[in-house]
Design a protein around this ligand. Structure first.
Ligand SMILES: C[S@@+](CC[C@H](N)C(=O)[O-])C[C@H]1O[C@@H](n2cnc3c(N)ncnc32)[C@H](O)[C@@H]1O
Length: 263
């Protein structure tokens, strides 16, 4: 795609916007305002399409995500499309799942646009890394249980397993892994090597959406649970004692109900 360097639309700019994790109510007011104000919206596969209803009827909507496992646009083409449309149409909103700066390539797209003289801004979103476990009553930190958490990609730029996972497996932190389903066996092996065979694990697919599915187990049992429940991408993997909080909630509630029935 050829980008004309000289002519720039008066309102040419890029706003990189977080769409939240899936539930369309989990978007910020600022993001909604940006959508209302957009001339062009480029959106990804993990974005809830209902959010596009916030745009004007004459806003151009371009899907740039993966369809049936294949990318319609390579990242380079998306970058060029952003600049091209901003120059010709004005305000481009790049709508991304979760938060655009958490494994979202939002920073790269902003840098590219800025290199063509465009104004850029980001509107943070609610990341799936936090919200998807939260919707399943899994807190990433809990007093007395965990003091920190890691959010790690399972798959690096070179399609390798991130070496940070081996480090995280040694720590007492809650470990949240995105894009890790294809490497689940390797990840499990790392936790087993640390003797964490009984550590609780949760895998949540399509979290915060109507398609949501969850599997709960331990390091040793989770692979069987994934297979039994046919869990697949997009999914979040959570390792840590905090996973037990959901069961704890149910237990506490049941105890209260039993007491109420007995009185
Ligand atoms: C390229 S990353 C983008 C993350 C995004 N920027 C965020 O902050 O949520 C995509 C990965 O995020 C995770 N993910 C995103 N939305 C999800 C959802 N609703 N349920 C489960 N996992 C999700 C999956 O691991 C998926 O492969």
């Amino acid at each position: 795609m050829e980008i004309k360097k000289n002519k720039i639309h008066k309102w040419a700019r890029l706003t990189v916007v977080g769409a939240g994790p899936g539930d369309p109510d989990l978007i910020t007011l600022k993001a909604v305002k940006a959508l209302k104000n957009a001339d062009v919206v480029l959106y990804d596969a993990l974005v809830n399409k209902a959010l596009l209803n916030y745009t004007n009827p004459n806003t151009e909507l371009i899907f740039v995500g993966k369809r049936k496992g294949c990318y319609k646009y390579q990242q380079e083409q998306i970058n060029e499309l952003i600049v091209d449309r901003a120059k010709s149409n004005g305000h481009v909103v790049r709508l991304k799942g979760g938060d655009p700066f958490i494994f979202g390539r939002g920073a790269e797209e902003m840098e590219y646009a800025a290199s063509f003289g465009l104004e850029t801004a980001v509107i943070p979103g609610i990341s799936s890394s936090l919200a998807v476990p939260a919707y399943q009553n899994i807190p990433l930190t809990k007093r007395g249980s965990t003091e920190s958490f890691w959010v790690i990609t399972g798959t690096t730029k070179q399609h390798k397993l991130s070496r940070d996972i081996a480090l995280a497996a040694k720590s007492k932190a809650t470990v949240v892994i995105l894009m890790g389903m294809g490497k689940l066996s390797e990840i499990i092996t790392l936790f087993q090597a640390e003797g964490k065979n009984q550590l609780p694990v949760a895998i949540i697919q399509d979290g915060t959406t109507v398609r949501e599915k969850i599997g709960i187990g331990t390091v040793d049992t989770i692979e069987q649970i994934v297979s039994d429940n046919e869990l697949s991408n997009p999914a979040i993997i959570v390792f840590g004692e905090v996973v037990n909080h959901r069961a704890q909630l149910v237990k506490v509630k049941n105890e209260v109900t039993t007491k109420q029935l007995a009185s």
